[in-house]
Structure formats: C-alpha cells, structure tokens
Design a protein around this ligand. Structure first.
Ligand code: HEM
Length: 363
C-alpha cells in the first residue's frame, strides 16, 4: 500500500513542527501542574522535584511559548519561530535540570519582543502597541530573573505581560463593537501605566505595585465595560461561551488588581497565592479555555468543534478558584488545597472534553 505523505494529508512540515512544539508545551504543562500541586502541599508523582520551577515553567515554558507561537504565525516570517523554539528548548532544559534553562526562556521573551516590534512596524495600531508594551516588560522581568533576581520581584512583570497581551487581542476584536472615543484612548493610557508600573516595581511591597494594582483593576473594568463579549454573551453557541470566559476572567483580574492596590502583599503565602492565581488561573486559564476553539485551528490546524460540554471545565475552573481564594482569605489551608486540586481537575476536564469531541467527530 502506498504511503500518504504528510503534505497529501494537508500536514506540511511547518504544521508538524508547530504540533511538535505544542507537544513540548503539553509535557511542560503536566510537570507545571504537578509542581503547582506540590507547592499547595499535594505530593503527586515527580511534582516536588520541580516545585521551585512551577512559576517559570507555566509562565514562560507553557504560555510564553504558546503566545510566541501564535505571534510567529501572525507575522509569518521564519525567524519569528526562534521565540517559541527558544521557549520550548528552555522548558526541556529546565525539566532536565540544565543551567541554561532560564537563559533560553529569557531569549524566547527577547525574540517575542522582536516579533512584536516587526508587527508594530507592519501594522501600527493601538492593539499592536499594547502587545509590544507587554512583551517589553516580559523581557525586562525574564532577563533580570535569569540574572538571579528573586521570582516574587519579577512576578508583576509576568502578570502584566498576560494582562496586556490578552487585553490587546480583545481590543482588536472589540473594534467590531462601537466604543466611545474616550474609552479607546483610556485603554491605551491604562496599558501604559500597567507596563511602566510593572517595570518600575522592585518588589511586591514597593509603592509602584499599588499603582500597578490600580491600573490592572482599571484594565479589567475596561474589559467588563467595553469588550465585545458584553454583546456576544447574549448570543448563542461558541461566541456566547467565549464571552462567558472573557467576562469571568476579567472579573478575576479586577479582584487581583484591587487586592494589590489596597494591601501590601508579601512574597509568599495566602495573599500572594490569591493575587497571582486570580490572574494566572482566573484570567489566563479562563481566556485559554475561551479562545482555544478559535486559536488552535489557526496555529496548528487542530479544529475543536463547539459543544456545550465545554462549559463544564469553565465552570469548574471558576468555582474551584473561588474555593481556593476563599481558603486564602479565611486562612483555611484545606479549602485552599481543595480549590487548587479543583483548578487542576478543570484543566484535565478541558483536555478530556476537547479529546472527546474530536474522537466523537471522527467516528
Ligand atoms: C493549575 C493549578 C495551579 C496550582 C495548583 C498552582 C499552585 C501554586 C502554589 C501553591 C504556589 C505557591 C504560592 C505561595 O507561595 O503561597 C504557586 C506559585 C506560583 N504560580 Fe501557580 N498554580 C497553578 C497554576 C498556575 C498557572 C497557570 C500559572 C501561570 C500561568 C502559575 C504561576 C505561578 C507563579 C509565577 C508562582 C510564583 C512562584 C514562586 O514564587 O516561586 N500557577 N502556584
């Protein structure tokens, strides 16, 4: 029987390479999750060995690489793929315990900055500038972290990267919704403050982190007021599901920003957990769940047909985060741990639903 080439099946080498990168991202995410559980006091498999690497693995190895891949595809130039390839190499090096891991992850951030400069030169617009600002702060945070600065001192830079990148993507989409001129200008001003305050803050206890928190809350409030999701949430099917994820995520970012604005957060413990994961789990994972059916076909030609079952992991994510944060606020470590396990179950359920609909469709 003759062999069917990947090209004949519609899988050109670059699509296969992108899927290879996604496999590395998936493997990194598994270790990132196990490591996160170990930080929450749940010992599972090889997680404890990577406890200290949990944050960098998730922020730079998983989502930094994914965003870099998406931006490289958007630019469509071969050199742009240096960013996701460096991110994946950094993950592998970190998992293998090699000393150059942090430097490869930082190189990925620098390359992503270069990709965003090229995108701004090609298309100067508010949303491309905001995305560039996010990746510049990521560069500063990741380079200083690779040089040895403690992680809690750079975590605001990492948070701002996600906040600005996702807000910029949503701003581009929200062109379809009529937005008052003052609001369009305000979001650029707020984004500049988020970026500058994150870059200026030398630690979480620094007064700049209060300004960062206030600006982060303002960015979330902007999304809750003007994002296209406010209209599409009244629709049906995929647009409604995406909107639910976007608005739920923005509400968590508002909570994180408000907490940072009004309290002094120490570099570890309950309020640290709350402020970080309201953004990393509440905002980032909710946005990932919401946009995966749109982004995966574009990046790796992996279609995810919409099914209402996708609401199950989204709901579980938000409810378990509520339990985790309540545990943080009430000083109840068991509730915090149950909520953390629930966050992981939400991720696992999301993967199961996606695989399930694909298998069902194939049959
Ligand atoms: C999915 C389940 C997750 C669990 C169970 C988890 C658990 C934890 C725990 C318990 C901590 C320590 C908090 C403390 O010091 O009190 C932590 C820190 C952290 N997490 Fe997560 N996390 C999860 C997801 C994520 C995600 C998705 C990201 C990023 C996108 C992330 C980024 C971080 C960062 C940057 C830190 C700070 C690390 C440090 O200070 O060393 N986490 N996580």
């Amino acid at each position: 029987m003759g062999q069917v080439s990947p090209a004949a099946r519609g899988l050109e080498p670059d699509i296969l390479a992108r899927r290879g990168l996604l496999l590395v991202v998936g493997a990194t995410a598994v270790t990132g999750v196990l490591a996160g559980l170990s930080r929450a006091g749940v010992v599972a498999a090889w997680g404890p060995r990577y406890g200290a690497a949990h944050g960098p693995l998730f922020v730079l190895g998983v989502f930094g690489t994914l965003i870099a891949l998406e931006r490289a595809v958007a630019l469509g130039r071969t050199w742009a793929f240096l960013a996701p390839v460096a991110g994946a190499s950094g993950s592998v090096a970190t998992l293998a315990g090699l000393a150059f891991g942090p430097w490869a992850l930082a190189l990925s951030a620098v390359a992503l900055g270069a990709v965003n400069i090229a995108i701004v030169l090609r298309q100067p617009a508010a949303f491309t500038f905001i995305m560039l600002a996010g990746s510049m702060v990521l560069c500063v945070g990741s380079l200083t972290w690779a040089m040895g600065r403690p992680l809690p001192d750079v975590v605001l830079a990492w948070m701002s990267f996600f906040a600005l990148t996702i807000a910029a993507e949503r701003l581009e989409l929200s062109r379809l919704a009529p937005t008052p001129r003052w609001a369009s200008r305000a979001v650029v001003g707020i984004s500049v403050i988020v970026a500058l305050a994150a870059a200026a803050a030398r630690s979480l206890e620094d007064p700049w982190s209060r300004l960062f928190g206030a600006a982060l809350a303002a960015l979330a409030a902007w999304q809750l007021s003007f994002d296209l999701a406010r209209r599409t949430v009244r629709g049906v099917g995929l647009p409604r599901y995406t909107a639910a994820g976007v608005l739920g995520g923005a509400a968590w970012m508002l909570a994180s920003g408000a907490t940072l604005a009004f309290t002094t957060v120490p570099p570890g413990g309950a309020s640290y957990d709350l402020v970080l994961h309201a953004v990393f789990v509440g905002y980032v994972l909710s946005m990932v769940f919401a946009h995966a059916p749109i982004i995966l076909p574009a990046v790796a030609r992996i279609e995810i047909p919409f099914t209402r079952a996708l609401y199950a992991p989204l709901l579980l994510l938000h409810l378990s985060l509520l339990a985790r944060v309540t545990g943080d606020l009430a000083g109840h470590p068991t509730l915090r741990r149950v909520g953390s396990i629930g966050n992981v179950l939400a991720l696992a359920t999301f993967v199961a639903v996606v695989v399930g609909v694909k298998v069902a469709k194939r049959r």
